[in-house]
Design a protein around this ligand. Sequence first.
Ligand SMILES: C[S@@+](CC[C@H](N)C(=O)[O-])C[C@H]1O[C@@H](n2cnc3c(N)ncnc32)[C@H](O)[C@@H]1O
Length: 279
Amino acid sequence: MAGKNNKQKVRDAVKRHYADAIKLHTACCPPPPTELDIEGGYSLAKLSGYSRDELESVPETVTSFGCGNPVALADLQPGEVVLDLGAGAGLDLILAARKVGESGRVIGLDMTPEMIDVCRANLQKAGIENAEVRPGQMEDMPVADAEVDWIISNCVINLSPEKHKVFAEAYRVLKPGGKMMISDMVTHDLPDEYRDDMAAWVGCLAGALEEGEYVRLVEKTGFADVKVVDKLVYTAAMLAGFADEACCCGSQRKTASEGIVDRYADRVAAVKLFARKPG
Ligand SMILES: C[S@@+](CC[C@H](N)C(=O)[O-])C[C@H]1O[C@@H](n2cnc3c(N)ncnc32)[C@H](O)[C@@H]1O
């Protein structure tokens, strides 16, 4: 996906997809993630590692489009400033805001206006007062140099056609000694011809980097202590479970995902990656 036009095409498609996804979620009111958490079932929230207590502690309109639970793995402390890249409907923002407490603050960044509206409403419903949502792109963050102690992100960086810019920006806005806990998708030996499929790109698959390439890119940006602390390879049954969940009231999404299960099973994984800005 090289070239300026292609990058813009990817961004527009990603924005459209998440605007539609949050509208669909709001319109069809699927059951809360805890009800999908059945024995043998593969709901996104269950595989992401959210506890039942965490899911029950947020308003019902809060949903997850993530592939992990970065707040559970990040050692957030009271008083710290946290930036969530691609905050979506606000689940991780709410959990992080509670961890840093009144003396800390949380900034959510997102580029999709429809998602930002829902996120702000969810923060209000959850009674969160130490969080804000800033519209913008993670390749050019509306955040000051050295403004934050932590960066978290949940299944978002894979969507960027310019990942090197995202990590350069992450480095700039972190304080010296600041840390990242990123949950994101990576691939293993994914054939090149699968990478031009826009439906798979917006679904967090086709844009994902090979795991080694991901780690090297973060290290090349200047981060220290880069390590994958957890990894879950997605099987065909898991990918099929996500497709069922996503099509709760819209069969077109299921059709779009049919080829995806065969192509991506066992070739994609959700990793949780830690890194630290030296200093
Ligand atoms: C897969 S969803 C994940 C949302 C949330 N992190 C979660 O776990 O539910 C991706 C989100 O990232 C946002 N996004 C995608 N690319 C972005 C970019 N380049 N800059 C800012 N936000 C972006 C989308 O609008 C969407 O809300």
